[in-house]
Unconditional design. Structure first.
Length: 209
């Protein structure tokens, strides 16, 4: 609230020296009134303190939230080692006794591979592909009927017929050798068809590994 300023105007009678007239002959000057008003306003403004400025509100500092990092590990199963193949660690006699290569059989006086014997040759080819260092011999055999010379030629045809079929399945011809024993080395003793059927064969022998 602004304070009230009281101005005291002196008595004009006391301001006149030498017994002058106590009555004012002229009204107060407008300039004097303006000056007096200005002085009063200045005194009022000076006595009023300026309004206090509001204190600034501090800006909050953003707080960073730590991001959770998931340590995800991809599970990779440990590969199972393949079992060591010790097949060829055995001697040649043991390999041949176990019969990894199967014989094939023929009809009487025939050298063509029968349809029911093709699966046996396919199995031989698979085994030989698994062990590409193996070399082998195919022996041609016959039953006791016929001459020795005739059966030697027939045995040779049977051995080469089995070889050609294996080559057609992807076996290298250089791994195979053939021989004919005719009727000289029968597998089954006897003089009937059950024995003869077993002796008409191409027999496999592993010669190198």
């Amino acid at each position: 609230m602004n304070p009230t300023v009281h101005l005291t105007i002196p008595n004009p009678k006391k301001l006149l020296p030498y017994g002058g007239s106590t009555e004012m002959k002229k009204p107060a000057s407008p300039l004097l009134a303006l000056v007096v008003t200005g002085v009063a306003l200045f005194a009022a403004c000076k006595s009023s303190p300026p309004p206090k400025a509001p204190e600034p509100t501090p800006t909050p500092v953003p707080v960073s939230t730590p991001t959770e990092v998931k340590n995800e590990q991809t599970f990779q199963p440990t590969p199972t080692p393949e079992p060591k193949d010790n097949t060829l660690q055995e001697g040649l006699d043991a390999l041949n006794r176990k019969g990894y290569l199967k014989d094939v059989f023929f009809d009487f006086d025939k050298a063509e591979v029968r349809a029911d014997q093709r699966d046996a040759l396919a199995g031989d080819a698979d085994w030989l592909k698994r062990y590409p260092t193996v070399k082998f011999r195919i022996e041609g055999h016959c039953d006791e009927r016929g001459t020795s010379q005739y059966n030697l030629a027939l045995g040779d045809k049977r051995a080469n017929s089995a070889k050609d079929y294996l080559v057609s399945l992807g076996i290298e011809a250089s791994r195979v050798e053939t021989v004919s024993y005719g009727k000289e080395r029968p597998f089954a003793p006897g003089h009937d068809e059950s024995a003869w059927a077993q002796n008409r064969r191409a027999h496999f022998v592993i010669t190198a590994k």
